[in-house]
Design a protein around this ligand. Structure first.
Ligand SMILES: Cc1cc2nc3c(=O)[nH]c(=O)nc-3n(C[C@H](O)[C@H](O)[C@H](O)COP(=O)(O)OP(=O)(O)OC[C@H]3O[C@@H](n4cnc5c(N)ncnc54)[C@H](O)[C@@H]3O)c2cc1C
Ligand SMILES: NC(=O)c1ccc[n+]([C@@H]2O[C@H](COP(=O)([O-])OP(=O)(O)OC[C@H]3O[C@@H](n4cnc5c(N)ncnc54)[C@H](OP(=O)(O)O)[C@@H]3O)[C@@H](O)[C@H]2O)c1
Length: 258
């Protein structure tokens, strides 16, 4: 089989940066032919000592216009994939499937005024890509990133989020953006305290954003812990905010990480 017949390309790790003992970011080279939409994921492959390859889905953190690819990963204790991935170092090879996929993209919504992106843990990844792309800023009046972690030290990409709106190409949209960090297992200045679900139920999330959740104006993307997604979807349904399908456009799009 020639390289062009293969379903993946071999990319080189440019940087591996630990955030906590169980979280790290990685940056790789990008094949010139690799195309994706902000919010999509790619399957990454690592080759084990026995020569077999393990594949897992990873959301792309970097934007479609970046020359590199960036990913954000958990280390699952004894996880088949992440045990291998977390051993890789700068200069090592990572396999990247040629075809990016996923439906956590802005074309899930035909309309809407306020875009809420609700994430837990590494589920923030696709939203970072969306935030760095133009489309979201042109389409929505308000863009709210909600990012829930257990402990403050697990809040990743804080520099990127802080400097995002000072980038030349986004400066004119700066008033549209709101970042709401949530830390659930300790008090942290500047962050809300309580699960996304609790903060929706008690109204604190809307209060923090200064915006109500309404079927008319709100569009929501949910990503990360599947239980958070289930629980949040139930709450949203009670407020007439429903999954957006191609045959029936709605207000909610989701991506479960496991
Ligand atoms: C569409 C999609 C996109 C994904 N994007 C990312 C991403 O950008 N970053 C990332 O780290 N993972 C992501 N994942 C999860 C990823 O594919 C793997 O599950 C993860 O790398 C763990 O692999 P593993 O073989 O070590 O453990 P697995 O055997 O795959 O998982 C074991 C258990 O670990 C827990 N777990 C798995 N992934 C996570 C996670 N991300 N955060 C918290 N707990 C987890 C779950 O309890 C799971 O049952 C994504 C999954 C999907 C379906
Ligand atoms: N984070 C760590 O310190 C740590 C360290 C080593 C290993 N691990 C393991 O790694 C895995 C993932 O940990 P993680 O912290 O990245 O992910 P996580 O358990 O999904 O937690 C991330 C955020 O999502 C919230 N959340 C979880 N379930 C929710 C629900 N049903 N509704 C609303 N919010 C919800 C959590 O709140 P709550 O805090 O209220 O749950 C937390 O703020 C776990 O299996 C864990 O055992 C974690």
């Amino acid at each position: 089989m020639t390289a062009s017949d293969e379903k993946f390309t071999r990319q080189t790790l440019l940087a591996v940066t630990p955030l906590t003992p169980s979280l790290f970011t990685l940056r790789t080279t990008r094949d010139a032919g690799f195309r994706f939409r902000a919010g999509q994921f790619a399957r990454l492959g690592v080759t084990k000592a026995d020569g077999s390859t393990v594949w897992r889905a990873y959301s792309v953190v970097s934007s479609p216009h970046d020359e590199f690819l960036e990913f954000f990963s958990i280390v699952v204790p004894d996880g088949e994939f992440t045990s291998e991935l977390s051993r890789l170092r700068e200069g090592d090879t990572l396999l990247v499937e040629k075809q990016a996929t996923g439906f956590l993209t802005l074309d899930r919504f035909v309309d809407g005024r306020d875009l809420w992106m609700l994430s837990t843990g590494t589920g923030v990844a696709p939203f970072l890509s969306i935030l760095q792309d133009f489309e979201v800023w042109e389409r929505f009046e308000r863009v709210i990133l909600v990012y829930s972690v257990r402990e403050a030290g697990e809040l990743a990409y804080q520099e990127l989020i802080a400097e995002l709106m000072s980038r030349d190409y986004l400066a004119e949209y700066a008033d549209k953006f709101l970042f709401i960090p949530i830390v659930t297992r300790e008090e942290h200045p500047g962050a809300l305290h309580g699960r996304i679900t609790q903060l929706i139920e008690n109204g604190e999330l809307e209060q923090a954003a200064g915006l109500p959740l309404t079927p008319e104006h709100s569009r929501l993307m949910l990503c990360g812990n599947p239980q958070m997604i289930d629980d949040t979807r139930k709450l949203l349904k009670q407020r007439d905010l429903n999954l957006s399908l191609s045959r029936r456009p709605g207000q909610v799009a989701v991506e479960n990480y496991w």
